[in-house]
Write a protein that binds this ligand. Sequence first.
Ligand SMILES: [Cu+2]
Length: 91
Amino acid sequence: MTALRCIISIEAAKQERQKQMKTKIELKVEGMTCSGCVRSVEKKLSTVTGVDSARVDLGAGKATVEYDDSRAQAAQLIAAVEQIGFHASLA
Ligand SMILES: [Cu+2]
């Protein structure tokens, strides 16, 4: 294998790994009543280590979270939401 092809295959393997580590889940969040609640939940989730993004849909009562599953777990996301007074579970 030439050096260049070797570098290309290393890069491809890295990208593949990054893809695998990014997980997206939906949480059911109960107790939210207004856009203030939505912001609180989004803010709290985004402070959890490993979370890339958190988006809350008030009408659906759901939070969509993208995170690195080597650094965060669903249970931690649920615990974070419960810490600020809402009930969360896997959707
Ligand atoms: Cu509210």
